[in-house]
Design a protein around this ligand. Sequence first.
Ligand SMILES: [Zn+2]
Length: 263
Amino acid sequence: MNLCELPEGVLDRIARACGAAALFNLACTDRFWASFLNDSHDLWQDFWENKVCDTAKRRVTDEALAGAISAKQRLRLVGFTGCVFCGAKRIRKVYWEFAVRCCTDCLHARTISDYRVTHDYAVPADALAGLPFVTTEMWSRGHGTYTVKFHWRDHIVPLLRRYHGVDSFEEYARRKQEAEQRAREDKRAIEERKVELRRVREAKYREWCADAGLDPDIAMKRSYTLRAKSAIAAAPRWPSFVNNVLPVVRQELEAWQNKQAGR
Ligand SMILES: [Zn+2]
């Protein structure tokens, strides 16, 4: 005869004979027991009331009791010790906001400040409203004492998905880095294009100066206007050169020559 074919009353008696650890083990033995010992089974509440010591009960905060933490979760959190992530022993601290019992190292590794979420990960502050958080008092010379909110990183991931279409903090950071790299490359390409434009323009201006009977080297050296106009990153235009640049260049060269002659 299969165990699960036993009458429910008998199964109930078996479960009620268990200690907390055995009960949780039983609840994850298989699908049958998992569904029999689901969160809403009275047995968890009965166990909580009758078998949990007062010291453990006192560790449940009023907020936790008011929140949606089931008797089964309460029992799981205060009925045992040790960090649920790294296994560090003798850890009793329960963060009811996140429904975990863990050491401070694991808490820090799995939480992120609201400042970083909004600044480093560009999630709007409004989107954090309603998410659970713990607070830490910090101090700095500029601000004195101030309070920082820490959110559970896994709770932020859906926001990264919603606002940036990425599935993790790492992916967001990688995309951001790639975008910055692209921006740097674009900037470099623009700079290179400008250098090329200036080179072509100066060559053309020198050529046109020679065509107009001026020595390009002297013109470039002695005419401030020619140097300034050659250094503009834009395609050279003949009409503009002839109408606006050349007359001024001639004037400047003439002035220079007069000065030379007068000396
Ligand atoms: Zn830990």
